[in-house]
Write a protein that binds this ligand. Sequence first.
Ligand SMILES: NC(=O)c1ccc[n+]([C@@H]2O[C@H](COP(=O)([O-])OP(=O)(O)OC[C@H]3O[C@@H](n4cnc5c(N)ncnc54)[C@H](OP(=O)(O)O)[C@@H]3O)[C@@H](O)[C@H]2O)c1
Length: 337
Amino acid sequence: MASQPTQMKAWLYSSTTNGLEKNLTLNASTRAPPTISGDNVLIQVLSASLNPADFKVPEMGLLARKLVIGTPASPGMDFCGRVVIAGPGASAFSPGQLVYGCLSKPAQFGSLGEYLVASASLLAPVPEGVEIDHAASIGIAGQTAYQSLAGYVSAGDKVFVNGGSGGCGIFAIQIAKEMGCHVTATCSAKNVEFVRGLGADVVIDYSAGDVVARLRADGVVFDHIIDHVGYPAPLYRESHHFLAPGKAFVQVGASAMATFAERLVVPGFLGGGKRKYVIFFFKNTREDLVKVGELVQKGAVKIQLDTVFEFEDAVQAFEKLRSGRARGKIIVHVAKP
Ligand SMILES: NC(=O)c1ccc[n+]([C@@H]2O[C@H](COP(=O)([O-])OP(=O)(O)OC[C@H]3O[C@@H](n4cnc5c(N)ncnc54)[C@H](OP(=O)(O)O)[C@@H]3O)[C@@H](O)[C@H]2O)c1
């Protein structure tokens, strides 16, 4: 059995005043790696991909940081890395094996630290031929996209993806196409060709005009809506003009938390939305990790990386993430493969 490492490098935060990334400090060697038991696996992280939840959850307040996460903490949930030690209940994994996955919530040992612990039940071996950075990108965004479509759509359905060029958008467009759907997606002018290249049948440049007016003009054509953005504000309220009766409007993300509440609580007869409103919560499952990994392996989903940062540049990686302008996924290299 491999021996427990005694020190690790890690980016750490204890506070999020003025933004998590303003509080990140690089601890080069003094942190003790986590220990494992049961079905847990100690993983040396090679590559981490970032998601908005990496800063949004810690910034929810002191209670979230102290009770849910525990500080000082390393941010980051998505990872690809190598098994160092597999616990007694994790016999499916062995030292040296390449694995990928994500933590189900921000934790004290996140993926911007050299070692983390994950349950064997939430890990998948990296499929043959899939690059480490690509495997690291799948965790949250890949599963989110898959889960926001599976069970809602079938081949031939028309899907509207609001926010097609971000971390979730790139997966949602390609997975919907793989499911046989017709996809309309929004993005800004600079990303139109990129989003078309992902397979979107219709691309709407949100910076060129009124998205809701454009959708209304085409009539009730959609069988499913995934909203990653929460903007424009009337998108849900007006959705009965372009989403078929009985079909769902799935709210994956929004820049303002108030969007969820406003859209949820105002009833249709008082001017709220008249279609089924679903607030989406991603669920971490090995089954979906593997499914999306297989789509990546067979080339149905091509991972698009906005920027690959070196470990020392994690603060800049967070600044890019927070800008809300990432085209695809943001990667941080944690250790050399
Ligand atoms: N509920 C859950 O369980 C769950 C799971 C995963 C993610 N989320 C949430 O889902 C949201 C999206 O996540 P993500 O990882 O895709 O974020 P992201 O990668 O940061 O998204 C960035 C992208 O959003 C696009 N965008 C910004 N404003 C837009 C607008 N008005 N219309 C269309 N596109 C716009 C940007 O394109 P331009 O530069 O062209 O504007 C950029 O490509 C976030 O709020 C995240 O927190 C929730």
